[in-house]
Design a protein around this ligand. Structure first.
Ligand code: AMP
Length: 332
């Protein structure tokens, strides 16, 4: 359908390369990469770490190679930005051989988005990105918090898979791993059922029992006559608390902090969520300016903190732009 549309618009001749978002690059890729058969094989072998994403990414790559055989195809990995994490951040507290033999470690995701918004803030504050220390919260249907030291990712909340970390739209984020044994051994769940429960039926959806959509929950919360008003508020409250806790915990990675960034569908648009999170971060000297917070939505960017507060920017993310830019750079 996309190729037909491009033909209809006479745009095919203008395309110089195809950039693909590939979710898992494991430890193999820390930079955008020209796709050849070896790279495709590696992406396929990493499907065991990202079974929902990497096979779909390969379908896109194969389709574009068929449609545009003469064009270079580039892969931009969602894990690449986090390859700068130190061992202390990416290792789990489990036997080391699970890492050395099987690659069980934290990789992190949403790297392209965190990279983009951090660079946008560096430009806004006119500071070289290599000197910027930031905490970035990408809050969409998937959510992650990343700590950026001197322009590089040094820790992030998503792990080996996109299930770890803060609570998300339908994913639980961190839970006591013992709950999984309890579900299987005491409550008779199968492994597949636990997988579906934690990935697809938890998070905002699971707690509210209403929706994973932040807009639906905010509307229900504000309408006291709504049957699930209280549960919608509870889900959003747990969501915001867990994100605030994650942001605060990442201060352990920094000695200086230029500010906080909100991005993603929720981070860019929900002034309620941002206010709730910032209210719980006053110890880190974050204080929201209500007026700026209300005004900075729907594509508006800027600082939503008071003058005496540490800055807190709302930045509209643009992963597609990064993929296009990095692909063009690689081509040249
Ligand atoms: P994303 O995955 O980045 O596209 O973000 C999707 C999430 O953004 C969903 O939970 C939406 O409900 C949320 N979102 C989009 N627009 C708004 C809005 N105006 N207010 C609150 N949440 C929003």
């Amino acid at each position: 359908a996309l190729v037909d549309k491009l033909r209809e618009l006479n745009l095919v001749e203008k395309i110089i390369a195809v950039g693909h978002r590939v979710v898992h690059g494991g430890e193999h890729y820390s930079k955008p990469t020209l796709i050849n058969d070896d790279v495709k094989n590696t992406i396929e072998s990493l499907a065991k770490l990202a079974p929902l994403h990497n096979p779909a990414n390969l379908i896109g790559i194969n389709a574009c190679q068929l449609a545009f055989p003469e064009l270079s195809q580039m892969a931009v990995f969602d894990t690449a930005f986090h390859q700068s994490m130190p061992e202390k951040a990416y290792l789990y507290g489990i036997p080391l051989e699970l890492y050395s033999k099987y690659g069980i470690r934290r990789y992190g995701f949403h790297g392209t988005s965190h990279y983009f918004v951090a660079n946008q803030v560096a430009q806004l504050i006119k500071k070289p990105i290599e000197q910027c220390n930031l905490i970035s919260a990408h809050l969409g249907n998937g959510c992650s918090v990343t700590v950026i030291k001197n322009g590089k990712s040094v820790d992030t909340s998503l792990g080996m898979t996109p299930l770890e970390g803060v609570m998300m739209g339908t994913r639980s984020g961190d839970i006591d791993a013992g709950i999984i044994f309890h579900l299987v051994e005491q409550l008779g769940y199968t492994v597949e059922q636990v997988d579906a429960l934690l990935n697809k039926k938890s998070g905002l959806l699971g707690v509210s029992q209403l929706s994973n959509d932040c807009r639906t929950l905010e509307t229900a919360m504000l309408d006291e006559s709504h049957a699930q008003s209280a549960q919608a508020k509870l889900a959003l409250t747990v969501f915001c608390y867990r994100i605030a806790k994650s942001i605060a915990s990442f201060s352990a990675s920094l000695t200086e902090l230029d500010g906080l960034i909100f991005t993603g569908g929720i981070g860019e648009n929900s002034s309620w969520v941002r206010q709730q999170i910032l209210k719980q971060l006053s110890l880190l000297n974050f204080h929201v300016c209500d007026e700026a917070n209300q005004a900075t939505r729907f594509g508006a960017c800027g600082n939503i903190a008071t003058k005496s507060s540490r800055p807190c920017w709302v930045i509209t993310t643009n992963e597609e732009w990064v993929i296009a830019q990095q692909s063009a750079q690689l081509l040249s």
